[in-house]
Design a protein around this ligand. Sequence first.
Ligand SMILES: [Zn+2]
Length: 296
Amino acid sequence: MFHVSCFMLVDTHAHLNFSAYKNDAEEVIKRTLAGGVFVINVGSQYSTSVRAVEYAKKYDGLYAAIGIHPLHLQAQKFSYHDPDEIEEVEIETAGEIFEKEKYLELVKNSKVVAIGEVGLDYHHFESEDPPRVDEASPRVEAGNIEDLKNKQKEIFLEFINLANEVRKPIMIHCWDAYDDLYEILEKNPVGKRGVIHSFVGSFKTAKKFIELGYLIGLNGIITYGISYDKLIREVGLKDIVLETDCPYLTPVPKKGERNEPIYVKYVAQKIAEVKEISPEEVEKITTENANRLFRI
Ligand SMILES: [Zn+2]
């Protein structure tokens, strides 16, 4: 493995392991690495965690995080359009089950640098928006919301224990649940800390997580307007890591296209503009942050 030089970027949260890239993953990976971008591919359930590890084994500069996205925990019904099929298919899943032994086996690979994505997602309980998991849009059956929240918390705690057992940082997905997340992290510290990925809260909220030792993951969302300019100005560079969350959340000026890790440079540019510093400084410091946390 070779070492990251100053101006290399790290996309700390990507999903090249998702089926949006099933026809050209290898090409995307090659142009990503040729473009000087290192990547952590993040699993959202066991199958995509396995694929993230497979890619990491195959390429220098690719790493993996393994976990279960909170929305994969519940039974879901959704229609899925496989690009190779003519018809849309209705898929029903029973909900992903956490089998610790399988994750312990995966984590033996030294390129697994974090546990995640794991966390809490209450967004779809209150909203009509389809949640983003893989490219399918699950429709939540009206169930007991409290039960679903408790299930998410229970499995999140299991993963916190796993992270502590294997001494890895944690990659946290949290949407509309920052209060509960804070309470859990404060009571159940993760030794190596981690990242609050795709952060969309206020600076006041960010500050609480930073004080617990967490880094704030920023992606294309911050390029969509000025809503996050205040947050960008107030959060110190030393507390930020960059990500794309590709294939989702493509930054301006590529919005509308499928996202990919090389576009992480637009996230760096936006931060540089708002903070009135050079993109090189943003790249240097955020890359150092990622290297320090994930030991890459
Ligand atoms: Zn993600």
